[in-house]
Design a protein around this ligand. Sequence first.
Ligand code: F6P
Length: 348
Amino acid sequence: TKRFGVLTAGGDCPGLNAAMRGLAKTAMGKYNMEIVGFYEGYRGLVNNNAKLMTETDFSGILHKGGSILGSSRERPFKDPEKVKKMVETYKKWELDCLVVLGGNGTQKRGYWLSKEGCNVIGLPKTIDNDIYGNDISFGFHSALEFCTDALDRLHTTASSHKRVLIAEIMGNSAGWLALYAGLAGGADVIIIPEIPYDIKKIKKHVEKRMSSKNPFCVIAVAEGAVSIDEANLTKKELKKKRKKSGLSAGYRVSKELNAISDFESRVSVLGYLQRGGTPTGYDRVISTQFGVKGAELLAKGKYNKMVAAKGLNVVSIPLEEVAEKVQIVPVDNIAIKSAKATGISFGD
Ligand code: F6P
């Protein structure tokens, strides 16, 4: 009997439970494997906070948000003692493999763990959709639905009050979520990190909109947005600047706009609401597919891979190829082109 561990790490999102359920049902039901669940991501592996899971543990969780195992931002590779403890825990449980559900950081740590002699399989989770080599991660669609609804709501109130409303959208250093939400929610302006914005150009676009027959405006700003003045700063310099201003992207854009225009913009930070709640039908489907693929890889002994979506297929790619990379939005992306074609400004 094969025995593998499972953990969910990094920021949570809808679909984690659906993916674990798909993995567990296939691994236990079809392949008769055993599963050890580690609590709170890599921290559970460090501290051996774990239990042998039963089929019942994975029952009734398809639609539930969050993770039945909990999560954390534990960074165990900062401390060699913790790395030693993780390998010890892996051996103590006599695992054949460890399945890690998470984003870039989680896949990277999974890869590092594989170099310590543990077998690892990754499943791609994140609302940011920024995992290298993967077309769509689970969690993204659910967050997109939430953001779309939020933009719809901002539309009606912006329209009633003839206001400029700014929605700040998560995504870390990638603009996928803001781009898709902006497109889905009919934003007039979309600001993403991949396209540094010129506030003067945004002002011009907003002014035009405000003097139209429909004088209101909705702006979708990615949390990682950078202005043209910041485009050449190093990561460190940018971090310092951000710390000094103390303002998140939505508030920065609002302040910059208010300083040079007659209209007053207001901000809604969508925040953690984007990560909460139940997975959409689409996320449940891809989470299940990813989980099943993970179990198939386990059965075949194909380790040190990440399960990935390629078009409509689910494939696997070496963890080594994924680790330490980020998938930002290519500037020739079809969604950007479509947005521009329909008159949306990116401030470039
Ligand atoms: O990666 C998911 C995410 O929600 C990002 O969009 C965001 O930048 C980050 O996590 C927030 O991190 P934390 O959960 O540590 O506040």
